[in-house]
Design a protein around this ligand. Structure first.
Ligand SMILES: [Zn+2]
Length: 451
């Protein structure tokens, strides 16, 4: 058991309950057995006691959009639009293999853990023919770092010769992609409430996937009872592509293919009109909001206030490290707040709403709201203890405001299912310098192969 006390607590429960001085207790089954104000009662057995003085306890952050392999191609195509950036990087990504993806994923996952993330998805959609088992490689990396992991089996089958954006040698055959996706679900997906590993189905985007693969993917996911994810409404270029090719907006296109529903979450949702926002709300379709990536690529700013007002489940995503080199989920809380306020003024998003996006909102996107996303008795003990008594946060009395408005806070302790993955700002399952070294080696090999 672990007892955390003398700590400020933001539970992110339905009433947004906070305690200025409170406690939380984690049971041996990896779930929360108590959370409340003041001290916990006495325990007549061995407990690890953690003194949270100067810290804030929150639910662990949930990352709803990422491409871990992109850690190997950070800092390239720095001044491009999405389409320019993609066409620069596709040929490099065509040389990925399992070893490179494993090293990049371990680095990306380690960095995420240090940024307060306890659950992440990954969207992997590049499967070179002779690249080995890249999905297995990133799953192994997640086990090493200790994060709860929702990798998606992505896919692309619309190459340049058929009017798509990617070169023909990085896309797959439609039926092969579907068969590989089904095999990944059969091999890895764990539907149990405490699952550390779940698979979702994730064809890449309207401009890299055929309508057939989109609609067959939806059928497959529903037959298997897993969730659906894709990029949608990210840029003006994508909107133009959809209007020219399909005669409709991206959200209308998604609806036509069976892609709206409460088992779907979409990355970005930047270019949405009123009726699109209403359809997302009415169908319970989630949105992975990636404000830093959208800013880096100059794609625009998602209408988060309007999405929340229509009851759309909204989570936060760092997106791939090649389109958002910071890749820090804790920092994304502030970026979400700033982005909403740049669009809609200072009342467009509060610090508590930003924290809710990063926790409960993310859990809803991944379909884990019954077990993750808030600090409540019976929920899984995925928690983060943020250190807020250093120079960067000192003097901000409201701890949630300090976390969101202040600089990225050091993680004193992060637990996943009650197991420590970060202690005093250091990874438990890996050495950060070693992760960087392995990733550097992988990157060198990748860039050399692509020359
Ligand atoms: Zn993405």
């Amino acid at each position: 058991m672990i007892l955390i006390e003398n700590v400020a607590v933001a539970t992110v429960d339905a009433a947004d309950t906070c305690y200025g001085d409170g406690h939380a207790v984690v049971g041996d089954d990896g779930r929360i057995v108590a959370v409340g104000p003041g001290h916990a009662g006495r325990f007549h057995r061995s407990v690890r006691r953690v003194d949270g003085t100067g810290c804030l306890l929150t639910p662990g952050l949930v990352n709803t959009h990422h491409h871990l392999y992109q850690w190997a191609t950070r800092g390239l195509a720095l001044d491009e639009t999405l389409f320019g950036w993609l066409t620069t990087l596709y040929p490099i990504w065509g040389r990925l293999d399992a070893e490179i993806v494993g090293a990049a994923a371990a680095a990306g996952l380690g960095w995420l853990a240090l940024s307060g993330c306890t659950t992440t998805m990954d969207h992997h959609y590049v499967f070179p023919r002779d690249g080995g088992d890249v999905l297995a490689a990133e799953i192994e990396a997640a086990r090493q770092i200790g994060l709860r992991f929702h990798p998606t089996r992505g896919s692309m089958d619309l190459g340049r010769k058929d009017g798509g954006l990617p070169p023909d040698n990085v896309v797959e055959d439609t039926d092969e992609a579907l068969a590989a996706t089904e095999a990944a679900i059969d091999r890895w997906h764990d539907p149990s409430p405490a699952a550390m590993l779940r698979i979702a189905v994730a064809p890449c985007s309207p401009f890299s996937v055929t309508s057939k693969l989109m609609s067959d993917s939806a059928l497959l996911a529903r037959r298997k009872g897993v969730r659906l994810h894709t990029h949608l409404a990210e840029t003006g270029d994508e909107e133009e592509f959809c209007r020219e090719r399909f005669g409709c907006t991206p959200v209308e296109y998604a609806e036509r293919l069976g892609w709206l529903g409460d088992d779907v979450w979409l990355a970005h949702g930047v270019h949405l009109n009123e009726s699109a926002i209403a359809r997302l709300g009415a169908t319970g379709t989630g949105v992975a909001h990636c404000p830093s990536s959208n800013a880096r690529l100059g794609a625009g700013a998602a209408p988060v206030r309007q999405l929340l007002d229509r009851a759309v489940p909204v989570g936060l995503g760092v997106d791939g490290a090649a389109s958002q080199e910071v890749s820090h989920l804790g920092a994304e809380l502030r970026q979400a707040l700033y982005t909403a306020r740049t669009r809609g003024g200072p009342s467009a998003l509060t610090a508590r709403e930003a924290l809710r996006l990063g926790t409960m909102g993310g859990a809803r996107c991944l379909g884990r709201q019954d077990d993750l996303g808030s600090l409540e008795v019976g929920k899984l003990a995925d928690v983060v203890l943020w250190r807020l008594d250093g120079l960067g946060h000192d003097g901000i009395d409201d701890k949630v405001a300090a976390l969101v408005f202040g600089p990225p806070a050091p993680v004193e302790l992060a637990l996943v299912g009650g197991k420590p993955v970060v202690e005093r700002g250091e990874l438990v399952g890996a050495d950060a310098e070693n992760l960087a070294r392995q990733a550097r080696r992988a990157r060198r090999r990748l860039l050399k192969a692509a020359r």
